[in-house]
Design a protein around this ligand. Structure first.
Ligand code: AKG
Ligand code: FE2
Length: 427
């Protein structure tokens, strides 16, 4: 067994340290003229963490570009722009023993995976169950092109390890040095200063200038046979990916959660990295995000502030279940409901006039779906259908839905119909 160099790490137990001596390869990259950052608990007896006395290579442009994207795409926060980087090159059979990354580096930090997929194991008490084999509370797959972000307890309390890999693998870990731990004279990288995450607007613009706009991309892909949609990475995609990670942790890990995992399967498309989502993944995310009964509220003539909307809409729109309201842009809000009845009620009312602060604000509703641009008018709506003179034997829901399906997708039968009168709603 051999292990990739882990001597940058701290908090290894004795058994783990023995395996560390078998370390193989570690490329450390930093800025020119800077003293060498040696993250080392090495054979010379150096302590773990940053050593201030050796000069290492500057960050190559390729890695700087990755850093820019990590910040612009909301993977790392702008106050945590990495200024150091470690490249782990695993040959077949290499592993990384349980460790906690040195606190000379601030949190969050992240690791990008290349060449092959492997699992990373987390646990406050990781056991060595065989040579290069570690067991812990949770194993998370690290697909090629994925980014794993470590923060909170996952970075500071739990240890992590990678068991022997079956094929060659490369990981790049980006970290920012703690201010107090920086080598003396270490100047910040000028072209990484002032990095900011893309705003949703800028994100859209960037998408349309660097790749196909969301909608035309979708149309094109609608013709693909494999039922997959490819879009440029956007903050919302990243956000969605974050949620999957959090969801996994919530399900499977017992320590308090303050950690995010991001899996982004990046592929290069026309020279730009893109993310491929299966339709089923998009559907799962819609459910996870409670967007099954999401509605867009459109205020064409201005709107009251969000606090007022949150107070007034549930009361004035007679909402019976939960109602979560957020702002999409100056004219649109997203209303997340949790019961079908409220959805039908809001969708089938032509316009609401929300009273707030002695003013009336017109709000029209429309269906939300991930592909609809709130600014583009839709032909999809909800309407009640009346079926006069329907014989009582057809009042069963099955019969009514069958008849209504001639017009659209039936959603529900109203109380009057249930009580043997005559209404059904369709989409
Ligand atoms: O290779 C990996 O995915 C993990 C690397 C790691 O834990 C580290 O470099 O500290
Ligand atoms: Fe690590």
């Amino acid at each position: 067994m051999s292990c990739v160099d882990m001597d940058q790490e701290d908090e290894l137990d004795a058994e783990e340290e023995t395996s560390v001596l078998e370390t193989k390869l570690n490329i450390e990259l930093s800025r020119e003229h800077r003293e060498h950052i040696r993250f080392c608990n090495d054979n010379k007896g150096n302590p773990p963490g940053i050593l201030k006395s050796e000069t290492v290579d500057p960050l190559p442009d390729l890695l700087k570009n990755m850093i820019r994207r990590l910040v612009r795409w909301h993977v790392l926060p702008p106050d945590c722009v990495p200024d150091s980087c470690i490249v782990n090159i695993y040959e077949e059979g290499d592993c990384i023993p349980p460790h906690i990354d040195s606190h000379d580096f601030v949190r969050p930090f992240c690791t990008v995976s290349f060449l092959s997929e492997c699992n990373i194991v987390f646990g406050s008490n990781l056991k060595t169950v065989g040579p290069g084999d570690f067991a812990g509370a949770i194993a998370i797959p690290l697909p090629m092109g994925s980014v794993l972000v470590l923060n909170g307890n996952r970075a500071d309390v739990a240890k992590h390890s990678v068991a022997t890999v079956p094929t060659k693998r490369i990981s790049i870990t980006f970290r920012r040095m703690d201010e107090s731990r920086r080598p003396i004279g270490c100047a910040p990288e000028q072209d990484l200063l002032g990095l900011q995450p893309l705003s949703h607007e800028a994100d859209r613009c960037e998408k349309s200038s660097t790749s196909k706009p969301w909608h035309s991309t979708r149309e094109q892909l609608g013709r693909r046979e494999d039922n997959k949609k490819i879009v440029g990475p956007s903050s919302s995609a990243v956000l969605a990916a974050v949620c999957i990670g959090v969801f996994h942790f919530l399900l499977e890990f017992t320590l308090p959660i303050s950690h995010l995992v991001i899996w982004i399967s990046l592929v290069m498309l026309h020279g730009e990295p893109s993310i491929t989502w299966k339709s089923s993944e998009i559907r799962d995310l819609i459910i996870q995000e409670n967007l099954q009964y999401a509605i867009i509220g459109k205020f064409s003539y201005g709107k009251p502030n969000i606090m007022e909307l949150r107070k007034q809409i549930p009361v004035q729109c007679n909402i019976k279940g939960d109602c979560n309201i957020g702002v999409l842009d100056a004219r649109h809000i997203l209303i997340r409901l949790n019961i079908l009845e409220d959805y039908v009620n809001l969708m089938s009312t032509a316009a609401f006039y929300i009273k707030a602060k002695d003013m009336l604000w017109q709000m029209r509703t429309r269906k939300w779906d991930p592909w609809l641009d709130p600014d583009i008018e839709t032909t999809i709506g909800v309407a009640w259908i009346s079926m006069p003179d329907l014989p009582p034997n057809f009042f069963a829901k099955k019969a009514i839905f069958s008849i209504a399906s001639a017009v659209g997708k039936p959603l529900m039968v109203d109380m009057a119909t249930k009580n043997k009168q005559d209404l059904v709603v369709r989409e």
